[in-house]
Ligand binder design. Sequence first.
Ligand code: HMG
Ligand code: MG
Length: 299
Amino acid sequence: MNLPKTIRMTEVGPRDGLQNEAQTVSVADKVRFIDLLSQAGAAEIEVSSFVNPQWVPQLGDAAEVFARIKRRSGVVYSALVPNDRGLDGALEAGVDKVAVFTAASETFSQQNTNASIAQTIERFQPVIARAKQSKLLVRAYISCVVQCPYEGPVAPKQVRDVAAKLLDIGADEIDLGETIGVAVPTDIDSLYDGLAGLVQPADSTLHLHDTRGTALACAVRAMQLGVTSFDASCGGLGGCPYAPGAAGNLATDDLVYLCDRMGIETHVDLPKLFDAGRHIAGALGRGLRSRVFEASAEA
Ligand code: HMG
Ligand code: MG
């Protein structure tokens, strides 16, 4: 099998995970979670979002969380920003990197950001320009790269068109969001075929959700195609409040276990990741959706 020697892991549990919980986790528990994740070896941690707190109340404490985490040297601490106002908050908090977010589906874009795709791109122009003046890297998410919860299947060409616009306005990294967790490995082939000549697999990040238990199979296929940057969430937390039917992200635990066994370096230490998982499971008062995490409790 043609597989990479090493992959880069972005831990999105504190953001994608906690944005989707019915209860808001305390600042102290979030900070501990993030500090345990950095100790476990995540290259990048998506700490929170500077969005309208009426839209995502669970992350309304982003500034406080950033102020209290222990920054570990070499770890990139990032946050989602939808507009100029969000970038102001992110700059004040001293983030290392920002992530703007749009979609390949018009209805999802409206539901998630109250704007058309074109309007989100317009909003991002000054955000990206200012982020670059501050020497921040910019990730640009495209949601619904395989299917939209409102419109159904999304053509790879739609993803390509949005990616081209994001690159045009200066995005450093295209992050492909399989928002609702429907993809199977052949969808990953179609997605990257559609991006040929514009975004190389090795230059993209893949953000899988695992609603139907297919995320790990898609990750392996993506690695075979040359993808080396993945988002995943500790214990499989995650989902988007504006994507009905979306369950957790690909669990970091599951991907790290698979990579460890296949000789692919992730730099994440699985027992330390379980510590982070146990902590957040305790704060949430429930179990987590990772098979590997569950097995660790039984071992
Ligand atoms: P809007 O209501 O159209 O914004 O929301 P607006 O510009 O009309 O402003 C309305 C009010 O919100 C104003 O306050 C603004 O100041 C305030 P007022 O003057 O009325 O008191 N406001 C803000 N407050 C704090 N921070 C801000 C901000 N912006 C405006 N940044 C907006 C537009 C984009 C802000 C809103 O729709 C929003 O916050 N959406 C966020 C939705 C979200 O976070 N979704 C989840 C993340 S995306 C995801 O999960 C997918 C992903 O994981 C990939 C995948 O899986 O596919 C990334
Ligand atoms: Mg997501």
